[in-house]
Ligand binder design. Structure first.
Ligand code: C5P
Length: 227
């Protein structure tokens, strides 16, 4: 019985990772957060002075790409995969608004995408994974067994991210988050390299009005109906 590959793509902050985590747990699969990988490369660039006033020193980043080592380690206490950049846990840092504001520029760079897509394909090649991102069903695993495309209104998504950040004690303004959500939708959908588009064979899940249990139920039903 072959283990499936489930691809979840969609807009920023629409709860892809929550659904992906719940689904992976339900199926006994591994969850891989590809956004964390783009965020980690962004953090590396910021830490090394390769992003100044929103401009990226692409030539140097390309030269230093081999120095970037990204991995995940399962943390049983928190029941989640923690992202590591060169051996250091960056799980909290990569979620900051500063990283969020720079990540779209980094993820638009072709050589960055090439490196991360290869890593993602390697991580998922045995199946038994739920992977979320922007190009999983279109580029990383075009033959995925199930492709979901998730979306929700920008206001609802900004509110969710605001609640998440303030719960962690981050001082953030709702309007700044809403602006970031809209800006990332725009940049992610209009970039030349692997823009965010819905795969032809994807199933759309608009979760504006669904809680996480309802979303999981909905997906399990889609999976059952297919078998
Ligand atoms: O999913 P998350 O919001 O953490 O992703 C952060 C950013 O990484 C996105 O706004 C997008 O620019 C980029 N990304 C991407 N391709 C993926 C996953 C994320 O371009 N597969």
């Amino acid at each position: 019985n072959k283990q499936s590959i489930i691809a979840i793509d969609g807009h920023s902050s629409c709860g892809k990772s929550t659904v992906a985590k719940d689904l992976a747990k339900e199926l006994g699969y591994v969850y891989i957060d590809t956004g964390a990988m783009y965020r980690s490369v962004t953090l590396f660039a910021m830490q090394n002075g390769l992003i100044q006033n929103g401009n990226t020193d692409e030539a140097t980043l390309k030269e230093r790409l081999g120095e970037i080592n990204i991995s995940f380690k399962y943390q049983p206490e928190e029941k989640k995969n923690e992202a590591f950049l060169n051996g250091v846990s960056v799980e909290d840092e990569i979620r900051s608004l500063e990283v969020s504001n720079n990540v779209s520029a980094i993820s638009a760079i072709g050589f960055v995408r090439k490196k991360l897509v290869e890593l993602q394909q390697e991580m998922g090649k045995e199946g038994g994974i739920v992977m979320d991102g922007r190009d999983i069903g279109t580029v990383v695993f075009p033959n995925a067994d199930l492709k979901l495309f998730m979306t929700a209104s920008p206001e609802i998504r900004a509110q969710r991210r605001y609640d998440e950040l303030t719960a962690k004690g981050d001082m953030v303004e709702f309007d700044a988050i809403l602006e970031n959500v809209k800006q990332r939708d725009y940049l992610d959908s209009t970039r030349e390299e692997s823009p965010l588009i819905q795969a032809e064979d994807a199933v759309v899940l608009d979760n504006s009005q669904l809680n996480k249990e309802e979303q999981l139920e909905w997906i399990i039903k889609v999976l059952k109906d297919r078998n």
